[in-house]
Design a protein around this ligand. Structure first.
Ligand SMILES: CC(C)(COP(=O)(O)OP(=O)(O)OC[C@H]1O[C@@H](n2cnc3c(N)ncnc32)[C@H](O)[C@@H]1OP(=O)(O)O)[C@@H](O)C(=O)NCCC(=O)NCCS
Length: 343
């Protein structure tokens, strides 16, 4: 059987990632994984489901037993650590082709375990409270829980998503998560059209809504926005955050056809000014409502208003789009675009 590197080189998508890792070269720092007997405590701190501990211990890679996997682990970890804290990052971690054996299903979990000491050091250097750092990184375990719920078995398919957390870009503050990012062209144009100053490339906060964390109560969101304004001013004083952006299935205006105006989702939607109506992405809403995109619409659960809405909308031949929206972080007053021109 070909080794993992050979298999990844043979696939168009992963071949370019391997070329990047080749060019990146070896790191100048140590890449280590916890010893098997130290692993459970680390996994617990990251909120990894107990049911996955045994497999994670059994499959723990080692340089001696599997040099190919170790090479990949070392280079992937290097790509993260080299871009610690910088908004511009390395190429996204790819989804492995199906030809990669199941024993590599936790490969990227190990990459995050190897990166853990470096992101913790980054948090410490910035003075970020350990509890916020821990809760932010524990999204790794949440993602594995979501996988278990959807598939009934252990696995991990959020390798690219967790790159934000483990590069020091994303912080969990109350009900919401906030990602340090830059204003894209479309949002910058919408902000400018509203008469506010904002250029492509300006700092912005991307909002994410973690699953398995209860209802999206408006009061909890209000508190998160207040926390975010204080957190980023204190721990990232060199970056001025004024605009909050969200790109989510939750912002699809069609949801208002089905959900009452008092529902949390509609009240969340109403905070945002629309930038653009994205292309159809049904997979997105299916994943967040039914746990996975490959579902049979005739047999999916129909317990909640939203489950019924998502299925009947698609059965009627319509599509879901999501939405891309923005607003000004409460308490912040961006300069009007005319002020910018005269300054
Ligand atoms: C965002 C979230 C917390 C909103 O839940 P909420 O606060 O209950 O939302 P609402 O009050 O608007 O719910 C309205 C109805 O839809 C249902 N509903 C909401 N989200 C649902 C979901 N993900 N799956 C199934 N039903 C859902 C509610 O149960 C309620 O139905 P009911 O009136 O029949 O009881 C929830 O959808 C969730 O946990 N999503 C996963 C994370 C996510 O999607 N993040 C965004 C990624 S881009």
């Amino acid at each position: 059987m070909p080794g993992i590197i050979e298999t990844l080189r043979a696939d168009d998508v992963t071949a370019s990632w391997i070329s990047y890792l080749d060019e990146l070269g070896p790191p100048s720092f140590d890449v280590d994984l916890p010893e098997p007997n130290a692993l459970p405590a680390v996994l617990r701190a990251l909120d990894v489901p107990d049911e996955d501990f045994a497999d994670l211990i059994t499959m723990l890679p080692s340089a001696e037993r599997d040099p190919d996997t170790w090479w990949l682990l070392t280079r992937a970890t290097h790509s993260l650590v080299r871009h610690m804290g910088t908004v511009k990052g390395p190429p996204e971690f790819p989804k492995f082709p199906t030809a990669v054996s199941g024993t590599h299903r936790f490969f990227f979990v190990y990459v995050y375990l190897a990166t853990l000491p470096y992101v913790q050091a980054y948090h410490r250097d910035r003075g970020i409270p350990a509890a916020i750092g821990r809760e932010s990184l524990a999204d790794l375990g949440r993602s594995m829980r979501e996988y278990r719920l959807a598939h009934g078995a252990g696995g991990f398919n959020d390798a690219a998503w967790l790159m934000f957390h483990f590069r020091g870009l994303l912080y969990h503050l109350g009900r919401l998560q906030f990602e340090r990012r830059r204003l894209g062209r479309r949002i910058a144009a919408a902000v400018a059209a509203a008469g506010l100053g904002g250029d492509t490339g300006d700092p912005a906060l991307g909002i994410h809504i973690p699953a398995l964390a209860g209802a999206l109560a408006p009061e909890a969101c209000d508190a998160s926005f207040v926390d975010a304004a204080g957190f980023f001013a204190r721990y990232f004083p060199d970056e001025r955050y004024e605009i909050v952006v969200c790109d989510s299935w939750l912002l699809d205006p069609q949801l208002a056809e089905y959900l009452p105006a008092t529902s949390n989702i509609i009240r969340f939607q109403r905070r945002f000014r629309a930038a653009v109506g994205p292309d159809p992405v049904d997979e997105w809403i299916l994943r967040f409502v039914f746990g996975r995109a490959d579902v049979d619409l005739d047999t999916v659960p129909q317990r909640t208003t939203l489950e019924r809405a998502v299925a009947s909308h698609l059965r009627a031949g319509r599509t879901w789009h999501g939405g891309l929206g923005w607003f000004v972080l409460p308490g912040r007053t961006p300069r009007a675009s005319t002020d910018l021109q005269s300054s």
